[in-house]
Design a protein around this ligand. Structure first.
Ligand code: GRF
Length: 206
């Protein structure tokens, strides 16, 4: 058994969470995950350039004009070719098909910039301000078929200040994301590795 959980990070944009995940690993190579692939549906995304600079393997394919299921099949194939065990969505701005989510059940994490279950979907910071919330924040959750609705495994609150607008709030929440996601992924990978190990031991009797 490979001792590190093989992670693919899926991105569509600037990739700051990808950088946080990669840096966390670089600071301590003993952490129980390894980023084996960065995949993107936006070939020109800044995050793809960043991934290459970090020396990570990349795969990108524009989803434009392609049926969702077909795109996800291609994605699934490349993930399997790289023996990926866990997927981390990091600003992946595309819904995954139900077939894909089912196939990877319990193996996809996402970071969302709100205190789920509040403010699912887009434009979270503006909505938190409009709602008069005292706190904004970010959540890491397991991805299920319903958008931003799977079990939350980690969350950080960020106080909303009187002078905040959506941009200032987004910037502070993003800082919190960069702390939260690596720690949550590390813990989840650790648990997953334990679960896979036990499964294999259990299966060795027959
Ligand atoms: C983050 O705010 C994340 O919570 C959301 O998309 C944004 C991605 O930012 N899902 P980055 O590409 O990681 O910088």
């Amino acid at each position: 058994m490979a001792d590190k959980v093989r992670v693919a990070v899926l991105i569509s944009g600037r990739g700051s969470n990808l950088l946080a995940l990669a840096e966390h690993k670089r600071r301590d190579p003993d952490r129980p995950y390894e980023i084996v692939l960065v995949a993107s549906n936006v070939p020109e995304a800044r995050g793809v350039v960043l991934a290459k600079r970090l020396g990570l393997r990349t795969w990108s394919l524009s989803h434009k004009g392609m049926e969702r299921r077909l795109f996800d099949q291609k994605l699934d194939t490349v993930l399997r070719e790289h023996d990926v065990e866990l997927i981390a969505l990091a600003g992946y701005m595309r819904l995954l098909s139900p077939e894909f989510v089912e196939r990877w059940e319990g193996r996809i994490l996402n970071i969302h910039p709100s205190l789920l279950p509040l403010h699912k979907g887009l434009d979270t910071h503006r909505r938190a301000l409009l709602a008069g919330d005292e706190y904004a924040g970010c959540s890491v959750h397991v991805v299920t078929a319903d958008l931003d609705s799977g079990p939350v495994i980690a969350q950080t609150r960020v106080r909303i200040l009187p002078r905040d607008d959506a941009d200032s709030l987004a910037a502070r929440v993003l800082e919190a994301e960069h702390e939260l996601y690596p720690a949550a992924l590390e813990r989840y990978a650790h648990e997953l590795r334990g679960a896979i190990g036990e499964g294999r031991e259990g299966g060795s009797d027959d």
